[in-house]
Design a protein around this ligand. Structure first.
Ligand SMILES: NC(=O)c1ccc[n+]([C@@H]2O[C@H](COP(=O)([O-])OP(=O)(O)OC[C@H]3O[C@@H](n4cnc5c(N)ncnc54)[C@H](O)[C@@H]3O)[C@@H](O)[C@H]2O)c1
Length: 337
């Protein structure tokens, strides 16, 4: 059997996912695409041997679509997820689940009302071999219990012209999710410090930011988020445990010596760093659909929590105060079996 996927939003990452599903991932094909830019959708459809349609609802309702991948802009994820929940087909939605806490809650409640988990959120770092190994450093007790985690997340330039608050819901949301996954616990509080603006920081905005979270057991999680770093895309995580430290650097790159210097290339964009994670995420999703097994990535609950934390971070940024992250109890649908 081949899983026939409908793709909504075929910009940069939607096109990459669609091409990967058709050409790299086993057991899947892309049958239908939609984009508000109809010409763009038509070009991608021709390239992939799919057809294009004029509305997201047509993707969800199509007889030749078994599952849907949403890669439209952040601001429309929630409304498209609500459409998808009505159709009841499995959905892999790019991060974030939603930008506002209330929209995230509405999506969560709709899935709870449906009574089964059909949403997976595209927090692909959970599939990155480096992060998987980093988590094992704690779970296999090689470096002891987590005490403090230092993270760096730099983009070459702010994607989509993001301003500071959107940086928290779009970019830093990866950090909120992956550190929570790494520690296996929720956050109790978040503080956001705005420092000296960099040369590309728009007037009135703040970049870089320093974000300090504290988990419910007290672990400190610190993030340098720099949306306009200019010199490359970098994600670094240095985790300190009670009897050791594990450092996740730039991925598996060669070190080159040349012209009296030694170093590695830094990718310009996330594809360069996380290509393997995106591929593993898609293959894991498709494999789960084949076996009707549990979805392997972040759930709607994880997506909801990340959006709540991002919104509390916005509050912390606005007030300069440390803000509590109070979450409701995990709904039964999302508790481990
Ligand atoms: N997981 C990751 O690491 C990662 C990386 C990049 C992007 N993303 C996420 O993927 C999504 C898309 O990002 P991108 O970089 O591809 O952006 P993009 O701007 O390159 O592409 C977005 C596409 O969606 C289309 N679009 C706009 N409104 C739409 C609507 N209402 N319905 C359908 N299509 C619509 C646009 O025409 C465009 O083709 C965003 O939510 C972003 O946060 C995630």
């Amino acid at each position: 059997m081949t899983v026939r996927v409908g793709v909504i939003g075929v910009g940069s990452i939607g096109t990459a996912h669609a091409a990967s599903l058709t050409r790299e991932i086993s057991g899947a094909t892309v049958s239908v695409v939609h984009d508000v830019d109809a010409a763009r959708a038509a070009v991608v459809a021709v390239d992939l041997g799919a057809r294009s349609v004029g509305a997201p609802s047509e993707v969800f309702e199509a007889d030749d679509v078994d599952a849907v991948l949403i890669a439209s802009p952040d601001a429309v994820h929630a409304e498209q997820l609500m459409l998808g929940l009505k159709a009841g087909k499995p959905i892999l939605c790019e991060k974030p689940l939603a930008t506002s806490e209330s929209d995230a809650r509405a999506v969560l409640d709709a899935e709870i009302a449906l009574g089964r988990r059909i949403i997976q959120v595209g927090f692909m770092r959970r599939f990155d071999p480096g992060y998987v190994q980093l988590k094992q450093e704690f779970t296999a007790d090689r470096i002891g219990e987590p005490l403090i985690v230092h993270n760096i997340h730099r983009n070459t330039r702010a994607a989509y012209g993001l301003i500071t608050e959107q940086t928290l819901t779009n970019m830093v949301v990866h950090e909120f999710d992956i550190n929570r996954w790494l520690l296996g616990e929720d956050y109790a509080s978040v503080l956001v410090l705005a420092g000296k603006p960099g040369p590309l920081t728009p007037a009135g905005e703040c970049d870089p930011l320093l974000i300090v979270l504290q988990s419910t057991s007290g672990v400190l999680v610190e993030v340098e988020a720099f949306a306009n770093a200019r010199f490359g895309y970098e994600v670094i995580c240095r985790a300190t445990g009670s009897h050791g430290q594990a450092v996740l650097g730039d991925g598996a790159y060669i070190t080159r010596s040349r012209s009296f210097s030694r170093g590695v290339d830094i990718p310009e964009l996330w594809f360069g760093r996380f290509a393997d994670a995106y591929r593993r995420q898609l293959q894991g999703w498709v494999d789960a659909l084949h076996t009707d097994g549990p979805l392997p990535g972040a759930s709607a609950w994880d997506g909801y929590v990340a959006t709540v934390v991002a919104n509390r971070a916005i509050q912390a940024y606005r007030t300069g105060e440390r803000v509590a992250v109070d979450l409701p109890a995990t709904p039964a649908l999302y508790r481990e079996a």
